[in-house]
Design a binder for this molecule. Structure first.
Ligand code: ARG
Length: 459
């Protein structure tokens, strides 16, 4: 196939190099955005009288036909076209003849590809936002049902203080909310139009950049044509925000994997999201959270790839930028699939073992802070109270008992201020209930949290 530039060259491309240079096999994903961008450009050329209105209309109609054919499945972009931009231009010329050759007036593939990828990413960000909200809602349903279910809270993977399970789950809702905010911030920088920057320097053709930006729903336009074709910050920002989403998904995956072990038994996998072993008949494996945890690696990898691709590239457009697409495409696919899978897992893949959870918080010293706080309320300085409770823990450990097994007399040997009500104070339900500082795990606080999320997510 002869190339657009063939007249300037003597021989054809080496076939392997031709394939090596091409991006059509992956950038065909941008077909609808490429057509959308070209329609806006052709419209603007007509309106600005760069093209006659007949030519502009003919081009637009041609592009609409290509779009229809693609949507009906009668046309699909493929080699030997080098990339999606050439592919559509070639197809248009085939379809409408000489007029099609006027489409590329006053633009370059450099500003075109920047526009296409922004249009594509903007759409995907909006879809990912919906997927995150769905996951938040699933977590909220479990949180709402488990306000009074207690779960051991950990620091350093050591039992620390008991928590309301709702509070624990809502921590993830908060994390995913920050992810949504970050994506919105990225979206604002994605939504800037580079079209009209042409190759790098702008154009002498009398184009109207505001018109195309407006047609395509961009908030603003790039002010510097060199920056417009050289900027890939938004790709890095998007993948960086996605890497954090994956880290959050990976952390909740890890917790679920622990919770469903025999050792923890805080939850069990339902048959909807668990898999068996090929060898060990008794096994029920958490493949889904493991896969999500594993897929985190590829998104981190894409972030590293993009940072490295951009780092040494001088201004302005360089072909290195063609390498931006696959990491972005795969990031979108990976986070979308992982968000969907996690939502299904939360919705129908796990059941909490409420009895085991209740029992678990009874069997440890995670109420030790409450024994100390009890003395603090009786005017014992905290550090002193802390030391006394340390001695009580040591005493209990040698006797292989818990605080609740001590007699009042034994308590009083450590401090005279202990009264009968100490036993009420160290009961796990009361321990959780009493943590009523703002944002704490006390039931009243968690109720406020739950209500505020219900208002935000279910309204
Ligand atoms: N396929 C190219 C890309 O993805 C399109 C832009 C090419 N521009 C150029 N001057 N070679 O970046």
């Amino acid at each position: 196939m002869s190339k657009v530039w063939s007249d300037r060259f003597d021989t054809s491309l080496n076939p392997f190099i031709e394939e090596f240079n091409a991006s059509i096999n992956f950038d065909k994903k941008l077909i609808l955005e490429d057509i959308q961008c070209s329609i806006a450009h052709a419209k603007m050329l007509g309106k600005s009288k760069v093209l006659s209105s007949e030519d502009s209309i003919k081009i637009i109609e041609g592009l609409e036909i290509i779009k229809d054919q693609f949507l009906k499945g009668t046309f699909s972009p493929q080699p030997p076209s080098e990339d999606i931009h050439y592919c559509i231009e070639e197809k248009l010329i085939n379809l409408i003849g000489e007029t099609g050759k006027k489409l590329h007036t006053g633009r370059s593939r450099n500003d075109q590809v920047g526009t296409d990828i922004r249009l594509w990413l903007r759409k995907k960000i909006d879809k990912i936002d919906v997927l995150i909200v769905n996951l938040q809602k699933s977590l909220l349903v479990h949180a709402d049902a488990n306000l009074y279910t207690l779960i051991p809270g950990y620091t350093h993977m050591q039992r620390a203080q008991p928590l309301s399970l709702a509070h624990h789950l809502l921590a993830y809702v908060e994390m995913f909310q920050r992810d949504r905010q970050r994506l919105q911030e990225v979206r604002a920088r994605v939504n800037v139009c580079p079209l009209g920057a042409a190759a790098l320097a702008g154009t002498k053709i009398k184009i109207d950049r505001y018109f195309t930006a407006d047609e395509l729903g961009f908030d603003s336009i790039y002010k510097n044509s060199i920056d417009a074709v050289s900027d890939r910050d938004f790709c890095i920002e998007f993948v960086s925000a996605s890497a954090l989403i994956m880290s959050h998904l990976s952390r909740i995956s890890e917790e679920i994997i622990l919770w469903v072990t025999d050792e923890f038994s805080y939850a069990k996998l339902t048959d909807r999201c668990a898999t068996g072993s090929s060898l060990m008949p008794q096994k029920k494996n958490p493949d889904i959270p493991e896969l999500i945890r594993g897929k985190t690696g590829r998104v981190y990898g894409h972030l590293q790839a993009l940072l490295t691709i951009i780092k040494g590239v001088p201004l302005s457009y360089n072909k290195d930028f063609q390498e931006d697409k696959e990491p972005i495409f795969d990031t979108v696919t990976t986070i979308s699939n992982c968000l969907k899978a996690m939502t299904i897992l939360i919705d129908e893949g796990i059941e909490f073992n409420v009895d085991n959870l209740t029992e678990a918080v009874e069997k440890d010293f995670s109420n030790a802070t409450d024994v100390a706080d009890y003395l603090v309320e009786k005017n014992v300085p905290f550090r002193k109270a802390y030391q006394i409770v340390g001695q009580i823990v040591k005493y209990c450990l040698t006797k292989k008992i818990l605080f609740k097994d001590l007699t009042l007399e034994e308590f009083q040997k450590f401090h005279i201020q202990f009264q009968q009500d100490i036993f009420e104070n160290i009961n796990p339900v009361n321990v959780v209930k009493s943590r009523n500082s703002i944002g704490g795990t006390g039931f009243d606080q968690v109720k406020i949290e739950l209500n505020s999320w219900k208002k935000q997510l279910l309204a």
